[in-house]
Design a protein around this ligand. Structure first.
Ligand SMILES: [Zn+2]
Ligand SMILES: [Zn+2]
Length: 152
């Protein structure tokens, strides 16, 4: 799926054009992004920081390289949620958009639920279950980790 013509002029190679292209954005539409290619992982996080940052009991994230991401409209506002972590959000509507950890400077995580088609990026694991709110629903079919996935 490719966005409307004329929205941007990023060049793509023939190989890249056969890869999946996803688009997403915030609630008010001020911020739009495109993600090209496959994600390296997709998970749902129950940690306290994600909970506070989103106002929801859990947040699903997919991970890719910075080079796979293009901001098509607007620029998200950064917030340093801990010494090593920068989260971003839309400063008009508040939608959380991205997460970057200083230990992985080439990677970026994006909130799966901001995709136009979140069904395209189902989570394969749940992390930080040690922080899970008792009533929050967990999916027993997914791989479970009490903190981070040590393999990531
Ligand atoms: Zn917005
Ligand atoms: Zn988290």
């Amino acid at each position: 799926m490719i966005g409307p013509p004329g929205l941007d002029t990023v060049q793509t190679t023939p190989e890249a054009m056969s890869e999946p292209v996803l688009q997403g954005g915030c609630l008010c539409g001020a911020i739009r992004y495109r993600f090209l290619g496959a994600a390296s992982s997709s998970s749902t996080c129950f940690c306290k920081s994600c909970r506070r940052a989103s106002g929801a009991p859990a947040v699903s994230w997919f991970v890719g390289k910075l080079t796979q991401l293009t901001w098509l409209a607007g620029q998200p506002t950064p917030y340093r949620s801990s010494e090593l972590v920068i989260r971003t959000f839309c400063n008009t509507c508040g939608t959380p958009l991205s997460y970057q950890h200083r230990a992985r400077p080439d990677d970026i995580e994006l909130t799966t639920a901001t995709l136009d088609q979140p069904e395209a990026m189902p989570p394969s694991e749940e992390i930080w279950l040690s922080h899970k709110v008792a009533w929050a629903v967990s999916d027993s079919r997914l791989r479970h980790f009490s903190e981070e996935n040590p393999g990531d």
